[in-house]
Design a protein around this ligand. Structure first.
Ligand code: CP
Length: 309
């Protein structure tokens, strides 16, 4: 059982809960296809509210709910009364009155998903809020590592690039700390929060030193939509210093894998050919794992209700 009503962040999960979600997700893999015959969410209603653009997360939550038998409603933010000035709290009260079984929410502001979760009876899943957390991304990253490397402990992890604006970095740091892995963050000083070491990570400002002896290289997108000024001189220089390419990758372990949460900026944070090199890159595996993890999370958050039907 998961102890909380909602999944708002990895920070609130115990190590056992993380392992429970990962283990449950594995049952949805059938001959390399993610599917299930058990429609455990039959007669359940899932509402997806994405206040910020998404491809992977929104579509996989929609497919996950549908595969499990739920009626999935994609809330049309742009055509909704949000444009008439309705507050988040009023929106939450309105949705609550429609008695959905679960809400999946992405919002550009950190804390907005928690605010809604406090106003509704049903479970809420954080599909990414500001630069705070993106819990299902970290969980799908762990499942991908498990499937590719065969273990999720005793690993050296490097998270590279725009750490400051990244909810993916924060959720992965919390997750790997709970699993006991060693974590390094690598990037320019301007894109690494000053007090990040308080989260138990080592900080490197150059890729050559940071990548030595690394098992998993996570590359992050430069999140320009969250930047309010100049954080680097040019994309060309950024790629030269911090973009992952074959030359820099040689410093990691020969067996090291490359991850990227997407969407990717080829030639900015990662070389396009390296991203497509399936001997090293597990980026498409991450997308596949996203579906299994989201099915797992939907099922486990609604487990009590499923068991009582
Ligand atoms: N990784 C991720 O959250 O991708 P989307 O923004 O496409 O959902």
């Amino acid at each position: 059982m998961l102890k909380n009503k909602d999944l708002l962040g990895i920070r609130e999960l115990s190590k056992n809960e993380i392992l429970y979600i990962i283990d449950n997700a594995k049952k949805y893999y059938h001959n390399n296809k993610i599917t299930t015959k058990k429609k455990v969410l039959n007669n359940f209603t899932q509402i997806n509210l994405f206040f910020e653009n998404s491809t992977r997360t929104q579509v996989s939550f929609e497919i996950a709910g549908t595969l499990l038998g739920a009626s999935v409603v994609n809330f049309p933010i742009n055509n909704s009364s949000q444009s008439k000035g309705e507050t988040l709290i009023d929106l939450a009260a309105t949705l609550n009155s429609m008695t959905p079984d679960i809400l999946v929410i992405r919002h550009p502001n950190s804390g907005a998903v928690q605010l809604i979760s406090e106003k509704v009876i049903c479970p809420v899943i954080n599909a990414g809020d500001g630069n705070h957390e993106h819990p299902t991304q970290a969980l799908l990253d762990i499942l991908t590592i498990k499937k590719r490397i065969g273990r999720i402990e005793d690993l050296n992890i490097a998270i590279c690039g725009d750490i400051t604006h990244s909810r993916v970095a924060r959720s992965n740091i919390f997750c790997h700390r709970k699993l006991g892995n060693k974590i390094r963050v690598i990037g320019p000083k301007t894109l690494i929060p000053k007090d990040i070491d308080k989260l138990g990570v080592q900080v490197f400002y150059n890729m050559v030193d940071g990548l030595r002896n690394i098992d998993v290289v996570m590359v992050l997108r430069l999140q320009k939509e969250r930047m309010d000024g100049g954080y680097f001189s040019s994309e060309r220089e950024y790629f030269h210093l911090y973009g992952l390419d074959d030359r820099k990758m040689k410093y990691a372990k020969a067996s090291a894998i490359i991850m990227h949460p997407g969407p990717m900026n080829r030639g900015v944070e990662i070389d396009g050919d390296l991203a497509d090199n399936i001997d090293k890159s597990v980026i498409t595996m991450q997308v596949e794992a996203g579906l299994a993890i989201r099915m797992s999370v939907l099922e486990l958050l609604l487990k009590k209700k499923i068991d009582n039907v």
